[in-house]
Design a protein around this ligand. Structure first.
Ligand code: MG
Length: 254
């Protein structure tokens, strides 16, 4: 069952998402050579605290693994779920994927973005641009009367001509009282299939796109997802509200 939020719940979702977007934006501005991913995470934690919110990542459990940090920071060949550390220091021409998920008044906002550290190789820049535009192609399909497969199909169709690797084993998802609700939203799919979208559904749409092959490996830390060929990967995500009309991007910075 895909939860449909009441207008009161949507109003809290708006607050949570606005905060998640603000934290992501402020983190993005801090990304620079010489800064460790731990410093970025601590900075984010400070803003989350100031908002009276809490990280939805901290102590998140997957099997026997417990996530030890407040945000996910994934550099270059790291796709998602990178654990911030003082050893991982950002260098010129890196790309840094920041993923911020926070809970405020019982509701979760989720968003991510890949940030450039100065000038990056043109093929990496193109990868990121395509991944971000694919996100917006997916969002455009998050309309009442469409189906989940319409979102997946739009993302896939946007990326395919560029021959990038599209991650299949991690997907977008419903988001609300929990970080992960129904439905799952793959980045590959068939138009006209899957659950029907209705006003009041809130969805985290998140293409994860590799410069090389789609294959991934999970590091021994149990979290960090890296590309098998060690080529870079991009990740963009928004939390979106399905309405009677145009989709509303709840994590857009206004
Ligand atoms: Mg997500």
């Amino acid at each position: 069952m895909i939860p449909v939020k009441t207008s009161a719940e949507i109003s809290v979702m708006r607050d949570a998402c606005r905060m998640a977007a603000q934290v992501l934006e402020e983190m993005a501005q801090r990304v620079a050579p010489g800064v460790s991913t731990l410093e970025l995470d601590e900075y984010a934690k400070g803003i989350i605290d100031k908002f009276g919110a809490e990280s939805a990542c901290f102590r998140y459990k997957m099997g026997r693994h417990v996530f030890p940090a407040y945000t996910c920071i994934s550099v270059n060949e790291e796709v998602i779920h990178g654990i911030p550390s003082k050893e991982r220091v950002i260098r010129p021409s890196d790309i840094v994927s920041l993923d911020v998920v926070l809970r405020y008044n019982g509701f979760v906002g989720d968003n991510a973005r890949t940030v450039f550290v100065g000038t990056v190789p043109p093929e990496v820049q193109s990868l990121c641009e395509v991944a971000e535009k694919a996100l917006y192609a997916g969002i455009a399909q998050a309309r009442s009367g469409n189906r989940v497969g319409d979102i997946s199909h739009a993302i896939e169709q946007f990326i395919r001509p560029h021959h990038y690797g599209i991650i299949e084993s991690f997907v977008g998802h419903g988001v609300g009282r929990s970080m992960h609700e129904d439905p799952q939203i793959p980045n590959i799919g068939k138009a006209g299939t899957g659950s029907l979208l209705r006003p009041g559904m809130t969805l985290a749409i998140e293409p994860m796109v590799n410069l090389g092959k789609p294959d991934i490996v999970i590091q021994p830390d149990g979290w960090t997802v890296v590309t098998k060929d060690r080529k870079p990967s991009a990740h963009y995500e928004h939390t979106v509200l399905v309405t009677e009309d145009e989709p509303e991007i709840l994590t857009r910075i206004s």
